[in-house]
Design a protein around this ligand. Structure first.
Ligand SMILES: [Fe+2]
Length: 393
């Protein structure tokens, strides 16, 4: 069967297939038929070459010719809508006009809920599994060695972590949040309840920075320089205040000296965590400077593999969907890490602060146990892409 005939038979793809196509740069055109407001709040994002056009479903009903004219006939067109029905309808209209169109099964909701699990590092003494939620740009990790598993920045849908740990025949021994997250609801407390493993957090992050109320959920507090063992890994806590006052990085060292840094919102691959989400940008930026340029570097070498908890664009990852780089590479390529005086750094940061999503204040309340949202509210709070990085850094 010719390729064109095979393509013509495809009526839909699912979220996993979409993610594979985005990573490989195969999906180059998306037609989003939701209304303009929903499209403006969040959309499917891919590599830089991806083109996304918003033509609402009702435009196709009312002005079919003009709407179809906005779709490039030569492209493979993925049509997305909120759930599924309208995108299927629009894809059928396009197919009748010989456009190779198909829709996203389950709608954009299934894209938002997609979790992607991949081995990032495999050695003979242990491995690092990356668990991503691509639509949000969230990254989390499971480190497994000798039957012990540490979870780092686990996200809200906890079964994904339990599945990885159970498949390895391991037991969760440590649940490490790098900080009190503002953009997503942590799965840490729920995983602690389900597994009995301790949930670790720095005490400074157990106080809501705006409300000044203490966390009401159980946690085990961390201190700077504290060490743990996870199988054959040694784990050192490096206090890294700035994005939050209680942000920490976890440095995992293997038995033959290899080092892996879980930086949370400390260092990203092309940027770093914004210091204004506690409402005190001017006060916290010089603190971040000390963390970034003095506190952290003395623990790292150029070969340390850095794993951040967010990405802003898919282009930050490799073709295999893994988001990591060596510290040496980051010093050369991440503009945020280039040497600056404290005054230059502060001026740079304060002039690059992105939009502050108002729901981030509420998400921090959830992560402190101060409010308990139901599923609908939790999904609504987490809608869209994280905005944890400084813009243009
Ligand atoms: Fe954060």
């Amino acid at each position: 069967m010719a390729l064109a005939e095979i393509k013509a038979k495809i009526t839909s793809i699912n979220a996993e297939e979409l993610y594979a196509a985005l990573l490989e740069g195969r999906q180059r055109f998306i037609l989003d038929v939701r209304n303009a407001d929903d499209f403006g709040r969040w959309k499917v994002e891919g590599r830089a070459a991806l083109q996304t056009v918003n033509v609402p479903y009702f435009d196709f009903i009312e002005e079919e010719e003009a709407s179809v004219a906005q779709v490039p006939a030569a492209e493979d067109v993925l049509v997305v809508c909120a759930k599924e029905g309208s995108s299927e309808f629009v894809a059928d209209i396009l197919k009748e006009r010989d456009v190779n169109a198909y829709h996203l099964g389950g709608g954009i909701v299934t894209w938002g809920d997609l979790y992607d699990v991949r081995a990032a590092v495999v050695t003979d003494y242990g491995r690092i599994v990356q668990i991503a939620r691509p639509a949000r740009g969230d990254l989390s990790f499971v480190v497994i060695s000798d039957g012990e598993a540490a979870l780092i920045d686990p996200l809200r849908h906890v079964q994904h972590y339990l599945d990885v740990v159970n498949a390895a025949g391991a037991k969760v021994t440590h649940i490490f949040d790098t900080h009190a997250h503002a953009d997503h609801i942590s799965g840490g407390p729920e995983l602690a309840r389900l597994t009995g493993a301790p949930y670790f957090m720095h005490p400074y992050d157990a106080i809501h920075p705006i409300d000044m109320l203490p966390a009401t959920l159980p946690y085990t507090y961390l201190s700077d320089g504290q060490t743990f063992r996870v199988g054959q890994f040694t784990v050192k806590v490096i206090w890294y205040p700035g994005h939050t006052l209680g942000q920490v990085n976890y440095l995992f060292t293997g038995p033959t000296g290899e080092t892996f840094l879980f930086s949370g919102d400390g260092i990203f691959l092309r940027s770093f965590g914004r210091p204004d989400l506690g409402g005190q940008a001017a006060a916290w930026t010089p603190i971040l400077y000390e963390s970034m340029f003095a506190r952290l570097p003395r623990h790292l070498n150029d070969d340390t593999l850095v794993f951040p908890s967010h990405f802003s664009t898919l282009d930050e990852g490799d073709a295999g969907g893994i988001f990591t780089a060596t510290y040496g590479w980051l010093k050369q390529n991440n503009d945020g890490l280039k040497p600056r005086s404290k005054a230059e750094f502060t001026a740079f940061v304060l002039s690059h602060l992105p939009f502050f999503p108002p729901e981030y204040v509420e998400i921090k309340r959830v992560n402190a146990g101060l409010v308990q949202p139901d599923e609908d509210k939790a999904s609504e709070l987490e809608l869209g892409k994280n905005i944890c990085a400084l813009s243009g850094a």
